[in-house]
Design a protein around this ligand. Sequence first.
Ligand SMILES: Nc1ncnc2c1ncn2[C@@H]1O[C@H](COP(=O)(O)OP(=O)(O)OP(=O)(O)O)[C@@H](O)[C@H]1O
Length: 567
Amino acid sequence: NQLNILLYCILTCLNVFFPNLDFSWSTELEQNLKDVFQLSTFRPLQLKAINLSMSGKDLFLVMPTGRGKSLCYQLPAVCSEGFTLVVTPLVSLMEDQLMYLKSIDVEAVSLNASSSKEHAKMVLAEMTDSKAPFKLLYVTPEKIAKSKLLMSRLEKAYNAGRLSRIAVDEVHCCSQWGHDFRPDYKLLGILKRQFPKVPLLGLTATATGSVLKDCQKILCVPEPITLTASFNRTNLYYEVRLKDSNSDDSVSDISALIKERYKDQSGIVYVFSQKDAETVSADLQGKGVNASPYHANMNPEDKSQVHRKWATNKIQVVVATVAFGMGIDKADVRFVIHHTISKSIENYYQESGRAGRDDKPADCIVYFGFNDIFRISTMVVMENVGQQKLLTMVDYCQNVDRCRRSVIAVHFDEVWDDEGCNEMCDVCHYITVDITQHAKDVVQIVELAGSLDEKLTPLKVTEAWMGKGPAKRRKMIQTTTLSRLEVEAIITSLLLQGYLSEDFSFTPYTTYFYLKLGGKAPLLKNQSHSITMKMRRTGLDANTVSTTQQTVQESFRQEAFGCISRD
Ligand SMILES: Nc1ncnc2c1ncn2[C@@H]1O[C@H](COP(=O)(O)OP(=O)(O)OP(=O)(O)O)[C@@H](O)[C@H]1O
């Protein structure tokens, strides 16, 4: 092993100068990639990870969901003597992998709580048999923790040189700081302690530096190399929409999106609770969307039927809780809509990451509702740093000063270049505009009305500024050519920034809302005073940005959440 590591280091250095230089296993790798896995090229970091693992190095591989982590241990398994032990958290994940490996004629077996006695006996016997055909042995962490028989067999296989590699899938489950902690993962340190010479490969789609440090300690891996692929899924468009928590407008909006923008395209709608899965699914069905619910409380047959029908495009949309998660590997998912925010950015990244696995454009939209923050908050109250993580998700939704992608990238400690978004998020469609002159024009209209002892409703101010007021008044003010939506957005902004304020008038029958000068209006007399606001650029592709309705909503939102400072 040490010779291999030395060889790897020398060859890596030489590779810089001689890119075609190969390792002893390179030809076999290339061959099996094509012949067995039927893939023509490696994706970024796959070859590097495989070469490191083949050289005997312990490795943590952090690679976005759907980028091909499994190949990084399956291909080495096929190219090595003996077998690779794969620890995976869910039996369903295991079954998917076994089915896939069977379809490409790679021998693999599993041991879990539902394995029959005969099957377990056969597998345990074959572990030490040099003629046994299997290349991968999938086990749950519970099995490692509870089965002394398995550990004793692993020890025998290790001593016989048959345990070639250990892969720990979803390695972040080791750490309580991770988003999916599983107590049995805490016990996996036994593997490296008992089998120190076997290289370990920990795989995860989402783990911050501190989570990985924790995993390293728990797994007793002395000096792992960490390879981190970029989190930037360039084909995904990220968008946040405001949700009025007191109405079901969001469901109407979602159904309109599915029927128009995503007509005949496959997608997922994530919801907060099992009850929401049932009701949102029923609402969507009522609006003519081919949707089905999915949650942990359904019986296993119903769940696998929904999954199967969705995978074969007989159901267009699955309305699911997070139970519809690991192991979902449908390539052509064109949209992942969150009816409710996720409980952390890690969760959101993983859930939304199920879109666009075929590298074609796909949308990730989250509906952000004020009340949802508190619903989730009570759910995560028992979790370590649950509130902190939830707030990072809220910040992702609320912050319109930073590109959505940059928030995700920075969260995962990735060095980020703002150009990396390529305008593939809603925030990057906003521009900061100077509205000082507009503000002066509007304030002049309200001021003039005041001097004439008139009161103007917001509608009257809008119309006056757009030149629709009485002709003699038009001559006294500066009218605008801006669109109505822009005019409304600017007036709202001035109201929220304090340049205008409300002037209520009560009658026995109704209450009138007029606009009057706000406390900050006098600042506009100062030549050096300027005001800005964020606005969505106009003239953008209707397929990737929201409707005009959204423009107004967004501008309200930025102001309402105080994204523009009140200077
Ligand atoms: N080099 C490659 N070229 C083309 N397709 C690939 C390549 N490597 C893997 N894939 C495909 O990418 C898909 C996702 O792979 P895989 O399931 O290993 O992803 P993953 O990173 O483990 O995702 P998850 O985090 O969801 O488990 C699979 O369909 C796989 O066949």
